[in-house]
Design a protein around this ligand. Structure first.
Ligand code: PLP
Length: 462
């Protein structure tokens, strides 16, 4: 059995049980893992659906250009479907998106225009406005507008909803969805409520989006809009695909809780997912814990997981990025100072070994031999003025055996780079290459220590 083209592999993504994070909850909790789609996200489903609808409506003709404002995943879904149908793609996206997402779009042959995030949707520079303008300027083009295009919701009525029903043998009772355009939540809700009106649909929103407050008050509150980092979910507009009447409850989650839960899904369940998945799971667990008294072992909750982790490697799974955003406690990140402290103490209890610039090379070699070290900083009046490295000493002695009598300052190389004690290891590890066998670590009190490549090898990952 084979598929006629890559589009045939879209959908029928697996449901996988969550086992550890759900400890103490009476019900079954399942994830719908949308990264199994060929483009890596739930949006593959709507790419085909919106293009087919545009062709049917006569809006897209052979050789035409597809234009869309996309956070990345929709672009991938559209680009896959465009390749199959022979269309060109031009996408507008925001500077909040991972570079990896933009690189994939370009790899699939799309033109990508990056627009600023921090402008209002009606601003001519916004990615919504640029997409609209391009659709007017480029002949034989169509702006698919995933926000208001109901072929988006239709894709989920046709595929995601029925899959959830069939894969749970009709036992699904709760579905948790982070909504962006609203296509997934509205489509899944439409289908499942037709099958069983008691199925509960719970939306999960990031702080900074208007949906949560709009659901609870039916008020569009601009005060709710502020930047957040969780990608693909929440909006600063009310998208046409978002049908609040089909939603039973709405919870919201901070960026920090979303990112930390994304990591826990990976560490505790082996699910390597994108940030909006952690958000959906954090919201689902909050809701289920709060409503635990109403849940029973017959309940089957599904959390929709829109995409996988590869596109978040530079962010959610990067300690430095997490710390810069205040999502990881300082001490959780390995720093230069913690590495120095973890290193086995020197047997003689002495601190940094150094040589004075006016020492002879012979004495410096003796000092390095006594201390069993391959590199040593050179000091002059308390300042680091150079570095001596055994490999370089060897080169000097091969060329001139009399060099032993020379002064260190005539032979030394440049000083080893100095890093701050609070520098995360990932930041300075890159500087320890063939040119730099060591870095000097300066503490808050001015004390210097040396960290070598072998120190790093000895302590990292232990
Ligand atoms: C990563 C991610 N999560 C969630 C969603 C939300 O899905 P929907 O637009 O169907 O509401 C999107 C949509 O762009 C997404 O890219």
């Amino acid at each position: 059995m084979w598929h006629e083209d890559i589009l045939g592999t879209i959908g029928n993504t697996p449901l996988v049980r969550v086992n550890r994070l759900t400890a103490g909850l009476p019900c079954t909790v399942l994830t719908k893992l949308e990264f199994f789609n060929p483009g890596g996200s739930v949006k593959d489903r709507i790419g085909v659906s919106m293009i087919d609808a545009a062709v049917e409506a006569g809006d897209l003709k052979p050789g035409g250009t597809i234009i869309e404002g996309t956070s990345g995943n929709t672009g991938v879904g559209l680009a896959l479907a465009a390749i199959a149908g022979g269309y060109k793609c031009v996408f507008t996206t925001t500077d909040k998106q991972s570079p990896e997402k933009i690189a994939i779009l370009r790899a699939l042959g799309a033109e990508v225009i990056v627009c600023p995030t921090a402008v209002a949707p009606e601003d001519p520079r916004s990615y919504y406005s640029v997409a609209r303008r391009l659709a007017e300027e480029i002949p034989n083009s169509v702006y698919l507008n995933q926000y208001d295009n109901l072929a988006n919701t239709a894709a989920h009525i046709r595929s995601t909803g029925p899959e959830l029903w069939e894969q749970t043998d009709g036992k699904v009772t709760h579905v948790f969805v982070g909504a962006g355009t609203g296509g997934t939540i509205s489509g899944v809700a439409t289908y499942l409520k037709q099958k069983n009106p008691d199925v509960k649909i719970i939306g999960v929103d990031p702080y900074g989006s208007v949906y949560y407050k709009y659901f609870h008050t039916r008020e569009f509150d601009e005060e709710e809009i502020y930047p957040y980092v969780t990608e693909g979910v929440g909006e600063d507009i009310l998208a046409g695909n978002m049908n609040f009447d089909l939603v039973d409850d709405y919870v919201r989650v901070t960026d920090k809780a979303a990112m930390l839960m994304t990591r826990r899904l990976c560490e505790e369940e082996g699910m390597f997912l994108g940030g909006s998945c952690g958000m959906a799971m954090a919201g689902a667990l909050d809701w289920m814990r709060e409503h635990a008294g109403e849940l029973s072992e017959d309940d089957v909750a599904v959390v929709i997981m829109p995409d996988g982790g590869y596109r978040s490697l530079g962010k959610t799974y990067n300690d430095v990025w997490m710390q810069e955003h205040g999502f990881l406690e300082e001490e959780a990140v390995q720093t230069a100072a913690t590495l120095v402290d973890q290193r086995p103490a020197r047997a003689d209890g002495r601190g940094l070994v150094s040589v004075a610039a006016d020492t002879t090379l012979a004495d410096a070699i003796e000092l390095m031999r006594e201390n069993a070290i391959s590199q040593v900083p050179v000091m002059e009046e308390g300042d680091v003025v150079g570095g001596l490295v055994d490999q370089e000493i060897l080169q000097v002695l091969i060329q001139d055996p009399d060099a032993r009598a020379h002064l260190v300052c005539d032979i030394m190389g440049p000083p080893f780079p100095i890093v701050d004690g609070s520098s995360p290891v990932h930041e300075f590890a890159r500087r320890l290459g063939s040119d730099n066998p060591a870095v000097l670590v300066r503490r808050g009190n001015g004390d210097l220590s040396i960290l070598t490549r072998s120190d790093l090898i000895g302590t990292l990952g232990t």
